[in-house]
Design a protein around this ligand. Sequence first.
Ligand SMILES: CC(C)(COP(=O)(O)OP(=O)(O)OC[C@H]1O[C@@H](n2cnc3c(N)ncnc32)[C@H](O)[C@@H]1OP(=O)(O)O)[C@@H](O)C(=O)NCCC(=O)NCCS
Length: 221
Amino acid sequence: MSDYKIRGYKDSDYEAVRELFSAGMNEYVPPVCVHVLKQPWVLFVLTCMFICLLVSSKSLILPVLAVTLALALGRQLLGYCWSMYIDHCLKEDLRDISKTYMQSKGSCFWVAEADEIVIGTVAAKPSEEKQEELVLKRMSVRKDFRGLGIGKALSREVLSFARQNQYRSVILNTLMVQHEAQKMYESVGFKKYIEFVLPTVYGKLINFTVSKYRHDILPGS
Ligand SMILES: CC(C)(COP(=O)(O)OP(=O)(O)OC[C@H]1O[C@@H](n2cnc3c(N)ncnc32)[C@H](O)[C@@H]1OP(=O)(O)O)[C@@H](O)C(=O)NCCC(=O)NCCS
């Protein structure tokens, strides 16, 4: 196993951190496409389109081409929406990482480093909804360093920070396609406490489900 260390964020990590975050999120475009394709109304529309074109044209070529085109357009559209979300994050807390995370006592940003290369990230900041609650964000491990326990180590870093700073719990959000992340959080003691479909038109349309996880910090633990 490669040696790595976890340390606080430095300004020289800026580009690497943003790239790692974007790469990690971009991996979810294909699973999100599959998730959308599995929605009954999507399957229904595609099937109807196929049958109607087959019956009207009496040829297989047109329906096959039309469905392929619809799938390709859908893939492009989802990719575009996903990249807008990534851009939004890059312009939000990841725009000035030092200012957002490193300049107040209750928040922090860590990187995992191997051979002076950033291979993992995680952030923590106070919840805006509840006092004494810390939010874990921006967890990402470079693809070729996965399965080595780095995600778990980064999670434990956040839990230990929460303990040191007298937080009572750590929470985080995951999406319906982040199965590895969910397993990883569960393996360090996080428990799912709520699951909901994003209450927007698009959220409902594609059954975009968010699962929230929490890890309580027991006094004296
Ligand atoms: C989620 C992520 C951070 C995990 O990082 P990692 O360093 O590979 O995780 P670890 O090696 O610490 O794995 C710990 C546990 O996660 C689970 N896990 C990790 N990869 C898995 C996989 N491919 N399939 C199933 N479980 C997996 C296992 O329970 C594992 O525990 P085990 O090794 O005792 O079985 C990494 O996959 C990643 O960066 N994904 C893309 C970005 C992302 O999804 N971030 C989370 C946003 S909420």
